[in-house]
Design a protein around this ligand. Sequence first.
Ligand code: ATP
Ligand code: MG
Length: 390
Amino acid sequence: MNSLPDQHSKNEYKENDKPPSITPRLARPWRVAVLANIKEHDKPLPPDVPPDAGADFDYIETINHIRAALETDGHWTMFLPADSNLPYALKAAKPDICFNIAEGLGGDAREAQVPALLEMLKIPYTGSRVLTNAIALDKTLTKRIWRDRRLPVAPFQEFITGEEPLRPDLRFPLFVKPAREGTGMGVDVHAIVNDESELRERARYVISMYKQPALVETFLSGREFTVAVIGRTDARLYSRHPEWYDADGFHRFPILELDSTRSVTPGVYGLQAKAQSIGAEGAPGYICPAQVEPDLAKKLQHYAWRAHHLLGALDVSRVDFRLDRDGNPCLLEINPLPGLTPAYSDLCLIAAAEGISYADLILEILYLGASRWGMLEPREVPPPLPKKRG
Ligand SMILES: Nc1ncnc2c1ncn2[C@@H]1O[C@H](COP(=O)(O)OP(=O)(O)OP(=O)(O)O)[C@@H](O)[C@H]1O
Ligand SMILES: [Mg+2]
């Protein structure tokens, strides 16, 4: 890893000043801090947490891959753990920008904790801001917003006590999951419930184990897809790869299908399935680009883009879908902090499937974020759009 020169005398800024990046614009290379929560296998889990607590945290190897990718463009990098020491570590390290992948620690909106802190300290960072990260973690709130704007979601009901009367329009089988987790936590084959007693048992389990509401939805029995978008209206003014972007400033990645038919948890892409090595027995099939009718592909990409906008997501996100029994796509959730483990995380598989290198993906997320904070000079004229194929 590149060492970190102390170039901060020239970037020094006082509290309550504007972010240092805006005036004057910082010369590159930048000091980039990768912020993340790391898996700590040697530490016993505290009492009172679910058995899969921390499953969404990252391996240190992923941080090293991100740092190496950032360094390919000359930046100095560091890793700062996103724990309660982070405010002090940030003050000491004085990064120019943070590459945020932190999942956060506890509370009802943990993925918004680090963005909130960075906003308070006026430190530029990548990706979505506080409100989006908070709402997107809560699948019920997210679905209410999408439903309000006519995006297709499965009928649902939130259970807070587990004793609520079941709404009559919810027909078995149903699917029960924690309302505010990710990485398939709290999701396995027992999430599918076939009658009222299974429903009550599972809802009570989720509520007491995960200390949050249980989201109960119609079970969507069809194929599963995940669809990523990257970009912004003015992305071509700042991108290293303006040719990636459509006229609206967004790049539509190819659709990834998750085939759980032969996975360890048949029909459910939960934590245990996600943990299997790709290609191993019991792993889901990862098919990218997915073989789908052009009509369905268009719908999935349009819904993913709308879903991103409606939640105010910035620069990059991944939206998960399943088809209902009639083949209609329904949105499950949005991930404004998609996993970034090379050759493993869905977004990395998707990018690789169309020949986008890991370093290019990471640097694109960095520069899209940095440009929002005024850290990059825009091109004066956007480069011409690539010619449409076909
Ligand atoms: N209503 C549903 N019907 C059928 N399967 C579902 C339903 N909701 C969730 N699933 C299954 O559970 C998995 C995990 O659900 P979901 O994507 O909502 O949660 P997550 O843990 O936040 O996912 P991620 O790992 O993408 O953060 C889905 O990928 C899908 O296989
Ligand atoms: Mg998901």
